[in-house]
Design a protein around this ligand. Sequence first.
Ligand code: SD4
Length: 338
Amino acid sequence: MPTSLMFFTLISCLLALGQASLPLVINTWSFKNATAAAWAVLQSGGSVLDAVEAGCDCCQKEQCDGSVGYGGSPDESGETTLDAMIMNGNTMEVGAVADLRRIKNAIGVARAVMERTEHTMLVAESATVFAENMGFIAEDLTTVKSLNIFTQWLKGNCQPNYRKNVCPNPSESCPPYKPQGKLGPKKHLPTNIHSHDTIGMIAFDQYGHVAAGTSTNGRTHKVPGRVGDSPIVGAGAYADSSAGAAAATGDGDIMMRFLPSYLAVELMRAGTDPSAACKMAISRIKRHYVGFFGAIICANTTGHYGAACNKVPGFLQFHYMVSNGESDEPLLKSVDCF
Ligand code: SD4
């Protein structure tokens, strides 16, 4: 084969595989500014941890889709609480915060947990005290918008809510509730797919070092104290520089039962390509919860990436963002749910 033809064939193969190259930033949903923020950090010589922190913080500040940062997803008492985590795929160190109150920069506090304690996760009021000691400012996370969501919910007899097997009947009345004698059939509140867009981010540098992180305000009208999948290692995200990384989004109450990010990374370690690994992680959940709302992004150490999502009414395609130098701007990618 002439050299020019061989070259052409090689380029065509690379294109067919979807332009794998490092460095790489990939994140859930169409949060373009977050991708750009993380990419800019990598381009200016920052670490993958710096990139993930900057990307997630960008969303926290922009209140991406109302699902990240302050002023979103008020719980049953009207308060916004935050979950976040960050993982270093070189050292397998993790920092996480859950049910964090009155501090805007949840991913920053998660990183402080990782770097300034020997622990992995801090929660609730004690996490707030830790954050204040580390120099983060405590402030009310309520906004006009979150107050309005809460007020409307109260006016509508606290519907929907996440309670079951309690009295008074939670599908008609507001808290407080008491346990009801008998347990009823399994129910699961359908997720509002329009107010449910956690940021999950993966960043690789040119050497294949990877970090992953998440930040969210969880689910609207959640029971106070509820923690989702996002700050849980292996559920919301997972990173291992010897295999790859993954990050999930969607109905965390269900997804965290299956550690989808861990599963996807282990599949990639065994040689499964990222798209197939993502699909298998979603399939595992689907076996038990056909109608769950969720998606996952996956990337391996060679810079190949993919995503998968569970097809439910109103959620047929999942969008995610990629920067890997292929273009000046972050690229919007999509995958058909199955
Ligand atoms: C949670 N998984 O707290 C988060 C929410 C989310 O897309 O991902 N929304 O359940």
